[in-house]
Structure formats: structure tokens, C-alpha cells
Design a protein around this ligand. Structure first.
Ligand SMILES: Cc1ncc(COP(=O)(O)O)c(C=O)c1O
Length: 183
């Protein structure tokens, strides 16, 4: 749950990095809803998951999570730090891996440090969300913009991942083969 440091300082009630076994997913959500009951109907529930969990290489069961979020009217935040540029036939992460609609993810986040070998990261979502973050997020307002070499490295890696140049897609395939071998 690194990277979610803004949550404790927000007014949101949060599970603070609980590791939820999928089988207990509903039970744990129900527990939190009960435990933190405000006696008022919940307006927003945000489920936060990672595409690939780095310690075991576990891949999130995204199709089921999306079905659940639709069923319960929750929002979904997907951290693709370990999956973008590493998973899926087009290297676009777990959404690509499962052939899902990115529109079903409310907030998609990734870093440019890992697969991209650069610095910084991104948040993707609806136009409304991006506009909101641009105007309200401290991380957007105060820091200096990325430097040209950093941006260039991101663009170059992205072009490789997209198969537009170099051997990016071949490398992603080799990564999958090596991961299977070492497991
Ligand atoms: C799950 C997850 N999300 C986000 C990040 C942030 O990555 P960085 O600080 O390299 O941009 C990390 C870093 O290890 C991570 O493990």
C-alpha cells in the first residue's frame, strides 16, 4: 500500500493495507463496513488492488474484482507498478493480459521507474478525474515538471513496449518465459 499515503490524511475510512485473501474478500469488506459503520449509507467504496504483487508474483483476479465492483457499486483503483510494460500481449498490463475494458477501471496508476527505467509515474482515468487531479493534487501543483531526458526515456521505452521500435515485445515475452521457468 505504498503510494497511498494520502489516504490516512483524508477523511476516508480505510483498511490501511489489509492483505485480503480473495476468498475472504467479501467477508472482509463486510467486516469493514460493519466495523466502521457510520449509520449512514456508504456513498463511495474504493477497492485498491495491484496488477501483480511483487513478493510472490501473484496476478490479481481482475475479471472477478471488476464483477464485484459492479455488483456493489464500488470504485476500483489499480496499481500497475509491476504489470505495465511487463504483462499482456501488448505490454499494457493486467487489463491487457485479461483482455478487459480499461473503462472498467476508475483509477489506473503506474510508475515509470520499473519497466520504463525512468522516473515519475502516471494516473489515468476519466477526463473528469484527470482534470480534478490537475487542479487539486499537491503532487501536480508543487513539484517541478519532469526533465526532457526523463520524458525522452519514458517515450523511448513506451515505443519499445508498443512494438513500434526495438525488441520490446520480444523482451516482454522472454520475461514471461523466464518467470514461468523460475516459478
Ligand atoms: C506497488 C507499487 N506501487 C508503486 C510503487 C512506486 O514506485 P516508484 O516509487 O519507483 O515510482 C512501487 C514501488 O516499489 C510499488 O511497489
Amino acid at each position: 500500500m505504498r503510494g497511498f499515503s494520502g489516504i490516512p490524511s483524508s477523511k476516508a475510512i480505510h483498511g490501511n493495507g489489509v492483505n485480503v485473501d480473495f476468498r475472504n474478500f467479501i467477508r472482509i469488506i463486510a467486516f469493514y463496513l460493519f466495523f466502521f459503520s457510520t449509520r449512514r449509507p456508504w456513498r463511495k467504496i474504493v477497492v485498491m488492488v495491484e496488477g501483480v504483487y511483487s513478493m510472490e508474483g501473484t496476478i490479481v483476479r481482475l475479471p472477478e474484482i471488476i464483477a464485484l465492483k459492479k455488483k456493489y457499486g464500488a470504485y476500483l483503483y489499480l496499481d500497475e507498478a509491476h504489470s505495465v510494460g511487463a504483462m499482456g500481449p501488448n505490454g499494457r498490463g493486467v487489463v491487457d493480459y485479461f483482455g478487459l475494458d480499461p473503462g472498467d477501471i476508475d483509477i489506473m496508476m503506474g510508475t515509470f521507474t520499473k519497466s520504463f527505467g525512468s522516473a515519475g509515474g502516471y494516473i489515468a482515468g476519466s477526463r473528469r478525474l484527470v482534470r480534478y487531479l490537475r487542479s487539486k493534487s499537491q503532487a501536480f501543483t508543487y513539484p517541478t515538471s519532469v526533465s526532457p531526458p526523463v520524458a525522452m526515456q519514458i517515450v523511448a521505452a513506451m515505443r519499445q513496449i508498443m512494438g513500434k521500435e526495438g525488441r520490446g515485445l520480444e523482451r516482454i515475452q522472454r520475461l514471461a518465459d523466464n518467470s514461468r521457468y523460475f516459478r
